[in-house]
Design a protein around this ligand. Structure first.
Ligand SMILES: N[C@@H](CCC[C@H](N)C(=O)O)C(=O)O
Length: 269
């Protein structure tokens, strides 16, 4: 079976070509592969009757999840090169996504529409998704409070902060990731709005920890920022591993992400 080690803005993936050989790893095996190949997520490419591919996703902790933006760009690049098509379709558990070539070797992915209902995130009970009732730290002087939430096919809680460098993310992230408000856990973004077109973002990923980039996290940060009128609907999101351009189009309500992909090596197992 062919395996590609790739990254999207530093978010690292081991991508297994399971289109002709079955690949059904146990959670233990996923954890081992992630450790051996230094991957944040493990991806399987499977045959799909209607789309170019079905993309299955596991976090480094062995949990299977529904969405991964940076891996969608990497898989898009592989399929665009392989098929010579101008656009490829990628089915995930969450949605049907499309990828196409952008300028300067970058890849654009149509990440679908953000989901805003409290049941969609999901939250444990009905709350205002622009600022949910979550506080971390002393009750009268919390370190973090009232994150905005949205689903990009996976759950995201976004804290708007004055300076991302002021926060001990490995200490705070897990407290939010499994807070009772989020019955399926959540990815946790720390977003600093630099101006109306620029966001600095770091993400504590559910099931993977602090990564160098989170594509769905970047989409979530832009959607939450634009919804709160902190930015316009298009912004550059600066992550630890590079830059992502995110646009939440008014015309179709879909979020488009453009960013880099890198093939580190490929091998056969
Ligand atoms: N790295 C990803 C997100 C992967 C899944 C996430 N950790 C979750 O549990 O939902 C991205 O680029 O979007």
């Amino acid at each position: 079976m062919k395996v590609w080690k790739m990254n999207g803005a530093g978010n690292a993936f081991a991508i297994f070509d399971a289109r002709s050989t079955s690949f059904v790893p146990s959670a233990d095996q996923v954890r081992q592969i992630a450790e051996d190949l230094k991957a944040d997520q493990i991806i399987a490419l499977e045959r799909d009757v209607a789309r170019d591919v079905f993309m299955r996703i596991w976090n480094a902790d062995g949990s299977e999840v529904s969405a991964c933006g940076n891996a969608t760009r990497c898989v898009g690049k592989l399929l665009l090169d392989e098929t010579g098509k101008s656009q490829v379709t990628i089915q995930t558990e969450a949605d049907m996504l499309k990828a196409f070539n952008a300028e300067n070797g970058l890849i654009t992915v149509d990440m679908g529409s953000p989901l805003m209902g409290w049941e969609d995130i999901p939250l444990s009970e009905k709350m205002d998704v622009r600022g949910v009732d979550v506080k971390i730290g002393p009750m009268d002087n919390p370190i973090l409070s009232r994150p905005a939430v949205v689903s990009m096919g996976n759950p995201h809680a976004v804290f708007f902060v004055n300076d991302v460098n002021d926060y001990d993310i490995p200490a705070l992230g897990p407290l939010v990731e499994w807070h009772p408000t989020f019955p399926e856990g959540t990815n946790v973004g720390f977003a600093q709005v630099l101006d109306r077109q620029t966001i600095r973002l770091r993400v504590w990923e559910r099931g993977a920890g602090l990564t160098r980039a989170c594509g769905t996290g970047a989409c979530a940060a832009l959607v939450c920022a634009a919804r709160a009128k902190l930015t316009g609907r298009k912004a550059k999101v600066i992550v630890d591993g590079g830059e992502l351009l995110i646009e939440w189009r008014e015309s179709d309500d879909r979020v488009y992400m453009t960013g880099p992909v890198e093939l580190e090596f490929e091998t056969e197992i």
